[in-house]
Design a binder for this molecule. Structure first.
Ligand SMILES: CC(C)(COP(=O)(O)OP(=O)(O)OC[C@H]1O[C@@H](n2cnc3c(N)ncnc32)[C@H](O)[C@@H]1OP(=O)(O)O)[C@@H](O)C(=O)NCCC(=O)NCCS
Length: 250
């Protein structure tokens, strides 16, 4: 019991005193009711076990099936709307927030609820569905719907839940979309910019010739005309295939 109180005090910065935790933390009350219900369940007194579970649900808004196996240092913050299914297994030092479902998909039999590793955090409103495994130290983001195993020390978010961080490293696809839509290349603008640059060079050369000077040397790679012509030919081919074909044939 002291460990349960310590878990609440460590993980909820709002917990100011042991008396407050004892009286105002429904997660703790539901957990203690579950311990009694689980003992009855294991000694095959299933109906009284369910009754205790249901009374605890009425009082706390947290439904833990008496069959669920829960490790030490378990903490449910706020609690309302949490549902934990019969074949759920929860490791040590796990934290759940309100509205979390550790449930079944409806298509499995036997072991049909998740196995949650040590030190896992499941954010508010997350649904973890099926006999899958959440690895030690993983975080499930608020609102995620997880239907596949989650590797240890990773963070999953979204629907369906996908890892965005594994072992402290951001997963490549989580860093952003493959194509930055705001930075798509614009061939027309590039060709225009090239032509403007080229006019500038030619005017400089013409001015030098007029004044009887040596025209300035062109920097290597400065002439973008060939690539601009290719870009424009491709664009024209998209708009009018016959024009593109004749251009590229030239
Ligand atoms: C997932 C969570 C644990 C953060 O984990 P983290 O390892 O610190 O990860 P980050 O904050 O670096 O986020 C990683 C990426 O996931 C995104 N992300 C974080 N939480 C998310 C969520 N719940 N849903 C969708 N995306 C989320 C971030 O925007 C970031 O995306 P980016 O890579 O495109 O920038 C946290 O956001 C969360 O959801 N915690 C639950 C807290 C909770 O339920 N509180 C209730 C209090 S009453």
């Amino acid at each position: 019991m002291a460990g349960d109180i310590a878990a609440a005090r460590e993980r909820d910065p709002a917990a100011r005193s042991t008396a407050e935790v004892l009286t105002c933390y429904p997660g703790l009350h539901a957990l203690w009711a579950h311990r009694v219900a689980h003992r009855l369940y294991r000694s095959d007194r299933r109906l009284p076990a369910r009754l205790i579970s249901q009374v605890a649900r009425l009082l706390t808004g947290i439904e833990i099936h008496p069959g669920a196996r829960i490790g030490s240092g378990f903490f449910i913050d706020h609690g309302m709307g949490v549902v934990i299914g019969e074949t759920t297994e929860i490791g040590d030092n796990v934290t759940l927030y309100q509205g979390v479902t550790l449930g079944g998909t409806g298509k499995d039999t036997g072991k049909r609820h998740p196995t949650i590793g040590t030190g896992v955090i499941v954010g508010t409103g997350a649904r973890v569905l099926g006999p899958l495994e959440i690895g030690d130290g993983a975080k499930v983001g608020a609102g995620a719907i997880v239907i596949k195993d989650v590797p240890p020390n990773s963070t999953v978010v979204g629907n369906p839940g996908r890892p965005v961080i594994v072992d402290g490293e951001r997963v490549a696809s989580a860093a952003g979309p493959d194509i930055e839509h705001t930075r798509l290349p614009d061939p027309v603008a590039e060709a225009m910019a090239c032509l403007v640059r080229r006019i500038d060079i030619l005017e400089g050369e013409l001015q030098a010739v007029r004044e009887g000077r040596e025209p300035p040397r062109r920097d290597e790679g400065e002439d973008c005309l060939a690539s601009a012509q290719d870009e424009l030919a491709d664009l024209l081919a998209d708009v009018d295939p016959s024009a593109g074909a004749s251009d590229s044939a030239r």
